[in-house]
Design a protein around this ligand. Structure first.
Ligand SMILES: [Zn+2]
Length: 237
């Protein structure tokens, strides 16, 4: 058996609405991470996700590389998006019970890493329940201690861009690869389809991917379902 939590980054977008409808139809409860500027651009679609019971966490306001910022700049990025998300939950009429956070690019802030973890803990950010992640690297790298939500498998579908040469087939290959190349932000990747695995999968709500591969999220999630992956809802510690 292979189980996974589906995380979807960089909402909101034009296609967020259709992604929510598709996941509802499949009975999959994802965890979404909001990029503040994108939420401002497609606000109603982010409200729609909340109204459909999806938990939306903080993914910073402008999606910078945190290791290139001062600690104060990092905090401003997080707090500006927190204010926006509080308003979003209010407008959706949904109580905000959890405050997960994901660093853009999985960049945990370089020399500010420790201070940022302390900050996230002190401010009451919520840690995803990752106790079932059983890949040795997770504990070896101390990821089990971090408050922010990283991932164990990156579909890398954001590489599907004009002229990149990376196609939907490469994503399928990656899913079926017994030893996949590293994804962004990861030191070690682990086979998606390793039996007994528990994954935190990374996918994005990108209209640019939609333009090139319409319904890309269906293709990849349907494929994972066909391969026997069971999606479980996110829970928090
Ligand atoms: Zn992102």
């Amino acid at each position: 058996m292979i189980e996974a939590i589906l995380t979807i980054d960089d909402i909101s977008s034009k296609n967020t609405h259709a992604i929510v409808d598709y996941l509802n139809e499949k009975g999959i409860k994802p965890l979404m991470f909001a990029w503040g500027e994108m939420v401002e651009s497609y606000y109603d679609n982010a409200v729609y996700a909340l109204k459909n019971g999806i938990i939306v966490g903080n993914h910073s306001y402008t999606h910078p590389k945190f290791s290139e910022l001062t600690f104060e700049e990092c905090v401003r990025e997080i707090e500006k998006n927190e204010e926006l998300l509080d308003r979003l939950y209010d407008d959706a009429g949904v109580e905000r019970k959890y405050r997960p956070f994901r660093f853009p690019y999985g960049d945990k802030g370089g020399e500010n890493k420790e201070n940022l973890q302390k900050y996230l803990a002190e401010k009451g950010f919520t840690k995803l329940d990752d106790r079932r992640v059983n890949f040795p690297f997770w504990k070896q790298s101390g990821l089990d201690k971090d408050i922010d939500t990283l991932w164990t498998f990156d579909l890398c579908e954001y590489n599907i861009r004009k002229g990149s040469g990376f196609t939907a087939d490469d994503v399928f290959k990656r899913i079926n690869d017994p030893a996949p190349e590293n994804g962004a932000g990861m030191n070690k990747a682990h086979a998606m389809l390793s039996d007994g695995g528990f994954h935190i999968i990374l996918l994005h709500a990108h209209d640019l991917t939609e333009e090139l591969v319409p319904g890309y999220y269906k293709l990849f999630v349907d494929h994972l379902l066909e391969k026997g992956v069971k999606f479980v809802p996110p829970e928090f510690l």
